[in-house]
Design a protein around this ligand. Structure first.
Ligand SMILES: [Zn+2]
Length: 181
């Protein structure tokens, strides 16, 4: 059984594929979610059941999030956001959500210079809708907070606007947060 975080109005399949249960409904032969929730797909029984999630599991506009970069195109970085900062704590999301950093929100760097795949990034949600959420990493406290060496997987250290690997000497340019660990 697959479980996916869904938002209201999100298409879950067609009426032929699934029976809508829980917080799901049918509109125009399409099965749509009625809530922010977890869609449980049972493909053998042809049932999709949406269970609403409590709102605090979900980032909102202006939240500070922690995310891992999963892919980078020329225009944006795609991330899995796994935690939200609340007061002084980092709360892990039960279900990670997708965040996108468009190049215009990557500070003074182009996006492929700002972050690398696998980096842990601290950013701020700047969209009112999502997922995917639009995330900004502009500002000195935002950007990469932890990174592994692309060659040897060792923990990279911060050196000004660069990261370097004390084990094998690799140095890479990044948009590094002052909170880099
Ligand atoms: Zn290394």
């Amino acid at each position: 059984m697959d479980r996916v975080l869904v938002v209201p109005g999100e298409e879950l399949g067609t009426e032929e594929e699934y029976e809508a249960r829980g917080h799901a409904h049918i509109s125009d032969y399409r099965v749509l979610s009625s809530a922010i929730g977890i869609a449980h797909f049972n493909r053998s029984l042809h049932v999709v059941h949406v269970v609403p999630v409590k709102h605090h599991y979900y980032p909102a506009f202006n939240d500070v999030v922690r995310c891992v970069v999963v892919s980078i195109t020329g225009r944006a970085a795609i991330m899995r956001c796994f935690a939200v900062e609340r007061d002084d704590r980092v709360e892990y999301l039960k279900y990670p959500v997708t965040g996108i950093v468009p190049s215009i929100f990557s500070g003074e760097h182009s996006i492929d210079e700002a972050v690398g795949i696998g980096d842990v990034v601290r950013g701020r949600v700047v969209s009112r809708k999502g997922p995917p959420f639009t995330v900004s990493i502009g500002g000195f406290a935002f950007g990469v907070v932890s990174a592994m060496c692309p060659r040897c997987r060792g923990h990279m250290r911060r050196r000004g606007s660069h990261l370097y690997c004390p084990r094998c000497g690799v140095s890479v340019k990044r948009k590094v947060s002052i909170l880099y660990i």
